[in-house]
Design a protein around this ligand. Sequence first.
Ligand SMILES: *[C@@H]1O[C@H](CO)[C@@H](O)[C@H](O)[C@H]1NC(C)=O
Ligand SMILES: *[C@@H]1O[C@H](CO)[C@@H](O)[C@H](O)[C@H]1NC(C)=O
Ligand SMILES: *[C@@H]1O[C@H](CO)[C@@H](O)[C@H](O)[C@H]1NC(C)=O
Ligand SMILES: *[C@@H]1O[C@H](CO)[C@@H](O)[C@H](O)[C@H]1NC(C)=O
Ligand SMILES: *[C@@H]1O[C@H](CO)[C@@H](O)[C@H](O)[C@H]1NC(C)=O
Ligand SMILES: *[C@@H]1O[C@H](CO)[C@@H](O)[C@H](O)[C@H]1NC(C)=O
Length: 396
Amino acid sequence: MRLNLSALICLIPAVLSIPFEGFTKRPNTCPKTPVNATRYDAKLPDPFMFANGRPVKTLSDFACRQREVSELFQTFELGAKPGNPDSVFGSISGPNLTVTVCVHGRTVSFTPTIAYPANGTAPHPAIIALGGLTIPAPSGVAIIIYNNDDIGAQLDQSSRDQGKFFELYPELGANGAMVAWAWGISRILDVLETLPEANINTKKIAVTGCSRNGKGALVAGALDSRIALTIPQESGSGGTACWRLSDYENHNASTQTASEIVQENVWFATQFDDFANTTVDMLPIDHHMLAGLVAPRGLLVIDNIGYEWLGPWSSYGCMKTAHRIFQALGVSDHLGYSMSPSHLHCSFPSNQGPELQAFVDKFLFDKISDTNFFNPAGNITFDDAQWVDWSTPHLR
Ligand SMILES: *[C@@H]1O[C@H](CO)[C@@H](O)[C@H](O)[C@H]1NC(C)=O
Ligand SMILES: *[C@@H]1O[C@H](CO)[C@@H](O)[C@H](O)[C@H]1NC(C)=O
Ligand SMILES: *[C@@H]1O[C@H](CO)[C@@H](O)[C@H](O)[C@H]1NC(C)=O
Ligand SMILES: *[C@@H]1O[C@H](CO)[C@@H](O)[C@H](O)[C@H]1NC(C)=O
Ligand SMILES: *[C@@H]1O[C@H](CO)[C@@H](O)[C@H](O)[C@H]1NC(C)=O
Ligand SMILES: *[C@@H]1O[C@H](CO)[C@@H](O)[C@H](O)[C@H]1NC(C)=O
């Protein structure tokens, strides 16, 4: 019965207008990306130079560069995030938001839950939490719990190609799980945009997650410009840490590297193995540029110095370099960095509460708040000169 209904739903023409998030629709005024964009670079690659060597001089160049960087991430690391499905439908019943997506006659449904705030006025801002909420729920904000494992499984290597995304797109079986999760979040937004009874303000959406799901939160925020605020928590290597820096940090400490991560799980596309197994220095990207895809939107990075495996130095240096991108756009205070002294992984120290609230106030409530902070813990320092050989322009 349910299947028949879904099949019927799939025959109804798409009624939604869904912004295209894939990379094939790059404006033709943007420079063309070379067929082979790989290039040896032991330092952090220049976010302000196109893959063809042309410099980024203006804000509109930078918009093109972001398209290119998104394409490069999808090509080399994540796998492709598909654009518009044939149709997307949604309904809400109590806390259950059912999202039904149809592609080429195939259908999947998934059901995130919405917890509405005791306070505040509808439509509410919302935080979409991958796998469960690990930061305190701010007052007045709805919490949407998203079971990302259901969309792209992440048990271990056996999870390759498993999950609802892959039922819908069997031809994308080499994709990483994270791009599948990001795709699912975009579909939640599609539904919320056309479902006024859900009472969610889709212009005021944040995404968050911790650890592996923090990596996923960053990818989701990077690949959908409708997300106002991205909050990766203790996301480590493959998240807010840079591959090149994690390799370096691993010389002194036991830090997760690309070569280890591709053995552990299926977060990345299979084509990333080539780089992970040989050298990440051939990648035309690193994760300062993933964070740069979020700009000029809000990005609050929550880190914990206590776990060498997460690469705290790598994450700090990577985000310090990403900060240059926000500076170039004149929105230095849209990237906040908050690292705490050692504590239990994915617990949230209360002294980071004010920093979280400042970002929530600015990006979910349009309040004036001071988000101009960049706070490492311990004695962490980062030698820019060793890792960055480009300068930061002022883009207009
Ligand atoms: C791509 O270009 C790089 C740098 O020029 C070169 O080392 C690499 O072999 C090329 N790869 C392919 C597949 O042509
Ligand atoms: C929401 O979903 C849960 C789990 O499937 C179910 O038990 C509950 O009855 C649903 N609530 C409503 C109001 O639909
Ligand atoms: C509701 O708002 C009031 C006033 O802003 C605040 O004191 C209270 O803690 C809020 N309650 C909840 C549940 O967020
Ligand atoms: C690793 O240790 C060396 C020598 O002790 C030091 O110079 C270097 O800065 C350290 N690197 C990191 C990333 O901690
Ligand atoms: C990468 O290395 C692992 C472990 O040695 C191996 O199983 C895998 O096939 C390699 N992948 C590629 C693309 O070289
Ligand atoms: C910072 O450096 C000082 C002096 O080297 C050392 O005593 C202290 O333990 C360090 N603090 C942290 C949190 O690593």
